[in-house]
Design a protein around this ligand. Structure first.
Ligand SMILES: Cc1ncc(COP(=O)(O)O)c(C=O)c1O
Length: 405
């Protein structure tokens, strides 16, 4: 790297709005599941850009799609449609319950579209009174004001003045609480089919089915936020496909683009009919550059060996974490599905997930947390066994350091 391209981490503190507190190192380039910083130091990536880089960094399939499209057409706006957007939409409808696609640029925007569609449907089909959105404590749906209000973490939604109204939060996995509360006033239930940011919390057996039944009973829509679980991460293209419970609306983003910003809301013909021209929109949504990359990513991820490989890799992760735990006894459980895994710290190590993340960084390993007590792993879906083993060796060194104090 030439000197004029180098920047110092302290420049972040001078020129950036301080919403984040990034690590001291500054990544320069990546390949597969390895990243190199400006100093040439190498890291193994168990974080995958927070469940985004599903094919790792600079996968040839993505680079080829990007460079090919970059020579043709980058952007149009929705005044015109384009071939990559239509091809990708067709593919997404073939791969899911959905008949229709609305493109956004992020998970929050896909969820925002889902919530607006649900409210629109309820008002047009049933009247003004049917406006309640039910969501779950510790759920996470993005940072727009509507989605952050629907997310079940007041720490993220407080402090910005009056919130969008008629949103109720109930405990996840508590079907009795939902049965008690839901009514014909309920417009939609929005949920993650496996909570990610809230601590990698899987649904208990029967929970998703019971939510679906209650929604049907009260004529409410079921919205699955698959922004983190989707696009192969749990071993099926969407997580709902393993549960057998179909939503009415689904939000997808993150791994959909493998690193290019794109999100989408998927829904049925009947619901989509409530979105007439001008009702909702986005300048960039369905941008040909993003859609061309996403199409290539989706085609790669849906190869049977890639999806089967997710389950194989889950086992390698679980084996590695179990071996570490046998030595250091710091995890109470490893939970999640596919390559959306969380190692929950036991009582003795409560609140120390961030310390492990920092120590791992010092050992050349990138991991995530999901709350103060869970170390989270969302690597590339095609990470190699050698990278997993080397990453586990680094994680073990990091944990040994934390345990030693
Ligand atoms: C389940 C879920 N929904 C929505 C979002 C928001 O996505 P974005 O940051 O792309 O807006 C996230 C991000 O972590 C997420 O995990």
């Amino acid at each position: 790297m030439t000197m004029e391209h180098k920047v110092e981490r302290k420049l972040f503190d001078e020129v950036m709005v301080p919403c984040y507190n990034p690590m001291p190192m500054i990544p320069d380039h990546g390949k597969g599941s390895r990243i190199w910083d400006q100093e040439g130091r190498e890291y193994i990536d168990f974080a995958g850009g927070i469940a985004v880089s599903c094919l790792g960094h600079c996968h040839p399939v993505m680079v080829d799609a990007l460079t090919e499209q970059a020579q043709k057409l980058w952007h149009l706006s929705n005044v015109m449609t384009n071939a990559p957007a239509l091809r990708l939409a067709k593919r997404l409808t073939e791969l899911s319950f959905a008949d229709r696609v609305f493109y956004a640029n992020s998970g929050a925007e896909a969820n925002e579209a889902a919530l607006k569609l649900a409210r629109r449907w309820a008002k047009e089909e049933h009247g003004e009174h049917k406006s309640e959105i039910i969501a779950f404590t510790k759920g996470f749906h993005g940072r727009t004001f509507f989605t952050v209000t629907v997310g079940g973490q007041p720490a993220y939604s407080d402090g910005f003045g009056p919130k969008p109204g008629d949103v109720t939060h109930l405990p996840y996995n508590d079907i009795a609480a939902l049965a008690d509360h839901i009514s014909d006033r309920t417009c939609a239930v929005m949920m993650e089919p496996l909570q990610g940011e809230g601590g990698i919390v899987p649904p208990e057996p029967g929970f998703l089915q019971a939510v679906r039944e209650l929604c049907d009973k009260h004529n409410a829509l079921l919205v699955f936020d698959e922004v983190q679980t989707g696009n192969g991460r749990t071993g099926t293209f969407y997580a709902y496909q393993e549960s057998g419970v179909e939503p009415d609306i689904l939000a997808t983003a993150k791994s959909l683009g493998g690193g290019i910003p794109i999100g989408a809301m998927l829904t049925t013909d009947a619901l989509a009919a409530h979105m007439k021209p001008g009702v909702h929109g986005s300048t960039y949504g369905g941008n040909p550059l993003a859609c061309a990359v996403a199409e290539a990513v989706v085609n790669e991820v849906t190869k049977p060996d890639v999806l089967a490989g997710v389950i194989e890799r889950e086992q390698w992760f679980r084996d590695g974490l179990e071996a570490i735990n046998d030595k250091y006894g710091i995890f109470s459980e490893v939970r999640g599905k596919g390559l959306l895994l969380g190692a929950a710290l036991n009582q003795n190590w409560e609140g120390r997930a961030r310390d492990i993340l920092v120590a791992a960084g010092e050992e050349g390993l990138l991991v995530l947390v999901a709350g103060p007590n869970v170390v989270r792993f969302t690597p590339s879906l095609v990470i190699t066994k050698a990278d997993i083993e080397e990453g586990m060796a680094r994680l073990e060194r990091a944990i040994a350091k934390v345990v030693a104090g």
